[in-house]
Design a protein around this ligand. Sequence first.
Ligand code: SF4
Ligand code: SF4
Ligand code: SF4
Ligand code: FES
Length: 951
Amino acid sequence: MDEIKYNPKTDYGTPTSQSTKKVTLTVDDRQVTVPDGVSIMHAAALAGVTVPKLCATDSLEPFGSCRLCLVEIEGRRGYPASCTTPVAEGLVVHTQTSKLADIRRGTMELYISDHPLDCLTCATNGDCELQDMAGAVGLREVRYGYDGENHLKSAKDESNPYFTFDPSKCIVCSRCVRACEETQGTFALTISGRGFDSKVSAGNKSFLDSECVSCGACVQACPTATLIEKTVIEAGTPEHSVTTTCAYCGVGCSFDAEMKGEEVVRMTPSKHGGANHGHSCVKGRFAWGYATHKDRITTPMIRKSIKDPWQQVGWDEAINYAASELSRINEKYGKDAIGGITSSRCTNEEVYVTQKLIRAVFGVNNVDTCARVCHSPTGYGLKQTLGESAGTQTFDSVMQSDVIFIIGANPTDGHPVFASQMKRRLREGAKLIIADPREIDLVANSPHVRADYHLKLRPGTNVALVSALAHVIVTEGLVQEDFVKARCEWDSFVAWQDFVSMPQNSPEALSEEIGVKAEDIRAAARLYATGGNAAIYYGLGVTEHSQGSTAVMGIANLAMATANIGREGVGVNPLRGQNNVQGSCDMGSMPHEFPGYRHVADYATRALFESAWGRPLSSEPGLRIPNMLDEAIEGSFKGLYCVGEDIVQSDPNTQHVTHALENMECVIVQDLFLNETAMFAHVFFPGASFLEKSGTFTNAERRISPVRRVMKPKNGYEDWEVTAKLSEALGYPMGYQHASEIMDEIALLTPTFHGVSFKKLDELGSIQWPCNEEHPNGTPIMHIDEFVRGKGKFFITQYVPTTEKVNAKFPLILTTGRILSQYNVGAQTRRTQNTAWHPEDILEIHPHDAEDRGIKEGDWVGIASRAGETVLRAKITERVQVGVVYTTFHHPESGANVITTDNSDWATNCPEYKVTAVQVSRVSQLSDWQKHYKSFSEAQIAFAGKKAEAI
Ligand code: SF4
Ligand code: SF4
Ligand code: SF4
Ligand code: FES
């Protein structure tokens, strides 16, 4: 049988089956062959027969409560529910008989008799399954009045900022409850009461106060207007939709932007999204309002000095001014005085044209990206060991994992949709090892998920832990030698084996340093090495250290030694923070590499780009962001083109960053908002939101997904067009008419992208690179038969403790992380109602440390480090260990990076954000930075408000 083609717009009622066995049955005289294990309802849908249903939907397991989907099966008695009855070979099924019609009409009559009949004014009129079913079963009259008991006066819950819950419309089908359990894994909802008193309950609390994380799965599943988006209530049902990609995290969820004219009414997760399969989190699903926020700047602005007020100008004037300033700097100080910074919020095409501009126009490689401050050690470490700077798996691969090992990542907050999938696998029985200094939600707050081992290590000791785990694997004979011999450089393995088996790398020797009992390290190592398919997922808790690259290499060593790489269910998986961290690195936004991770010193690669771009290119690696800042302070770096990145807020040691920016003569900021870096800018190019442009994002599993323009850019241009215009004004026209032509050029010049085009993305939905002649439809799992570098290479990972030491003056370690509702520096999410969940950053402190300092819950506390100081409110919790404090960094006024230091990874300069020695004490006023920020921010807000009125 040919592969079944599923239509993303059809609800097949119940999920499909993975069985390869097929069965053939007849439904209403149509013969259909389907996978064994699907329901009769699903088979009917595949045969083109629609069976009435209410409690079933194909994203959830069948439940069988509404009794609307009954069918007759020849040779069987009664009227089985088609949603809960599996197919069998040779069945003959009838879905439309007069008896079935009577039963269904009777059932619908009961539903409708307890339902407000306000269809004409209901927000889901025309988009309501209850309404559809009343029509489908031919209900023409309801014999029961509203005189008896009913639910029509039940009070609405409007506490959630994005959706309402109107119990008067609830038919108690339980789809919402099941969506919260099966799809999201939060278990926030139950059906409380029995019989007539049954009702949906969020733990007897309002939705906002409950465990609900506002993922929207219940709203999506609800067949009535009971759970409904507030935007639909306000704007009415959407008229058309365009599939695009979320602009937030590295999961890269696909969404249907559902529109009315040029206005987005709602974002609905796309069922056929390769990364999300119809699921979403609060950010992608609901927090898109920033795109039309009044703070957006839509007119270009210039000023001679950062002390001058901004002047609104037309695009031509702004572009020409920026070009003349960069040319002046080039002539006066030389090309080395100029550089560009891109962001992982940019599309691949935007990153590509920006690095092309800097390299081709100025003949210098001073281009860097925000991955410098997050996953640059991943790029380095995985390239060295495996040969490719990217994760090895698909997200779906986790469903084949027997052991999930999470190091320095917090998936439920940072990568929530993938976390839901991971939790599903854990509920099915996979084992879980977590290495994290703090009790992340998977340890502390995930129903039906239990960490088998939580290695609550001291911040900064990842490399020691990885060596200790390796010691156990090697000395207890758990190495998969056949795999290592066949697939890896044997000499490198022997050297590594000798190193890790030394007594000083044993769990017993390192236990005190790591802060974890030796027996727990031993048990976790055994489980990882012998528990079946074991997959490692790691995040910034691994990379943002002085030994970030070493830890990444150590993780790859573990996977190679245990043969946990090169197939489903295993692998080394960096969870990328922002939507396009992978893509921005792929696109050559590092000072030493052209697109596709090819070194600038490589003659053949340089010749390829020189011939395509028609300009001589430099063979010298350019400046990294920290080098640009250092050289600006020294006076030799003068001109910066900064696209989509806010280095004042996101880079460490804010004072150092601002001092450097003050020393530059032309800072060009291209962004949606006047961000903190714009305080120091001379030119402001207004950016376009993800809804206003075309391009692609590449997620953490190397999946390239289309970003489609759903409305005209409010500033007049897509971001790549602005860069191309600047390039033209600098005498180097790029000549693209559409973003697709940029991708065509990327594909032409980059072997791993040879097969990628917008046309193919339209056909396939998304593509995991490498995509080329060898892999025309992409590569879900990497390193299957051999590593990209040929043989995998083991590296010795000598633990070197950080120089950031605690002492009497700074006795605590500050570490940082993210929270679900906010995103990075918060520029987008702070301009949405997500602030309902996280209005400010807070400092988590252990009760003992709080008591020692006389700190009570909610007190203002000063946090002082060797770099600076800031003030936050205290939250007392045992989720952090004694001696460690923790905060998020989503609000600029928190000044988290005022206190982080200049320490960085030895190989890549990735800042050591995760370890800062601090002292914490009660205070009564804001820090100097915060006072400064407050006055600046008030001025900026007033300014942006004025502009919004004027525009
Ligand atoms: S809220 Fe919606 S999905 Fe949940 S039980 Fe009621 S009707 Fe069904
Ligand atoms: S929004 Fe998500 S977390 Fe909240 S109740 Fe619905 S399904 Fe559960
Ligand atoms: S923020 Fe991440 S998990 Fe949430 S919807 Fe967007 S891509 Fe998906
Ligand atoms: S759809 Fe089958 S019982 Fe509800």
